[in-house]
Design a protein around this ligand. Structure first.
Ligand code: SF4
Ligand code: SF4
Length: 297
């Protein structure tokens, strides 16, 4: 049939997240796969403040014929969110009649959400839990893709986990996805990304996948117990010496060393506020909560 005569509406996929998470990689893999299947593809993206942790989104539309690169509000068939609050922000673009929402429960809290940086303070981050949101949409999948990817050796492969989850909603073969994915990531990360993709796919295909309300308590809020202890993990290989964490640490306890890598220079001053973790554009810093110290009797 002449493709020009085919009036089948395009499939609309919206991918959202914040800078550094790999939104564009996900959209490019999808767009290339569609092109390999002879489909028309239109893609448009915005990533103006990406390097400062700002929002990034990419529209991908494909089908026999696609006229506009921008998905009209309310016509998103599949919304893929690499960051939880970004997903909620775009949720009103999803079709009400059976749209699919695939989201990482990872929270990257913008500094403006956390004005009181003392230990135990609450942030103004979106309070909705994954369980609440998943119940509101036609097909909802909220998974801890970042932790899954970290378990495979590289938290940055969370986007591949979500790509795997996305793949279950589209009629392309697993081999096709893996081939394009393998050509889209650095050679040294191919195996990790393939494993992450398959893990995301398997997670969606597993029957009992919905998170409990308890599972919604993820990464972001500093625990109120003042007795908790924390450690700061800095992945030197990911630090690009941008100095953001050093400049923004409210306690002035970070510095760049002789190799221009961020280090915790004054550990005693660190309040575990997590600002450095949230602001690092390359996810090089993690503030990890340790076990509570044993009670003194
Ligand atoms: S740890 Fe992150 S924010 Fe700090 S200097 Fe390195 S790349 Fe920049
Ligand atoms: S080092 Fe990080 S967690 Fe510690 S006080 Fe500074 S910004 Fe907060």
């Amino acid at each position: 049939m002449d493709a020009r005569a085919d009036t089948t509406p395009p499939t609309n996929v919206l991918i959202v997240g914040v800078g550094g998470q790999g939104v564009i990689m996900v959209s490019k893999v999808l767009a290339q796969l569609c092109q390999r299947h002879g489909l028309q593809v239109k893609q448009s993206e915005v990533h103006g403040m990406a390097k400062r942790g700002g929002g990034v989104f990419s529209h991908v539309r494909f089908g026999p014929q696609v006229w506009s690169p921008v998905i009209p509000k309310g016509e998103v068939d599949i919304l893929v969110a690499l960051e939880w609050a970004e997903g909620l922000r775009w949720l009103n673009h999803l079709r009400r009649d059976g749209g699919t929402f695939v989201a990482d429960t990872q929270q990257i809290v913008p500094p403006i959400s956390f004005r009181n940086r003392s230990r135990g303070a609450r942030s103004a981050y979106r309070p909705e839990t994954p369980a609440e949101i998943v119940d509101q949409v036609g097909n909802g999948f909220a998974l801890d893709a970042t932790d899954m990817a970290a378990g495979l050796g590289n938290a940055r492969a969370a986007n591949a986990v979500l790509l795997g989850a996305l793949s279950t909603a589209l009629p392309f073969s697993v081999d096709g996805w893996l081939e394009v994915l393998s050509q889209s990531v650095p050679a040294r990360t191919v195996e990790t990304n393939r494993s992450a993709f398959l893990a995301g796919r398997e997670w969606v295909e597993t029957a009992d996948r919905r998170p409990t309300a308890e599972a919604a308590v993820v990464h972001a809020v500093v625990a109120p117990e003042s007795q908790d202890t924390y450690r700061l993990e800095i992945t030197e290989a990911w630090c690009k010496s941008c100095d953001i964490c050093v400049k923004m640490c409210p306690e002035r306890c970070l510095a760049l060393n002789d190799a221009q890598i961020a280090v915790l220079a004054v550990p005693a001053a660190c309040t575990a506020c997590r600002l450095c973790e949230w602001l690092c554009p390359d996810f090089a810093i993690r503030v990890v909560r340790e076990q509570e110290p044993a009670a003194v009797t």
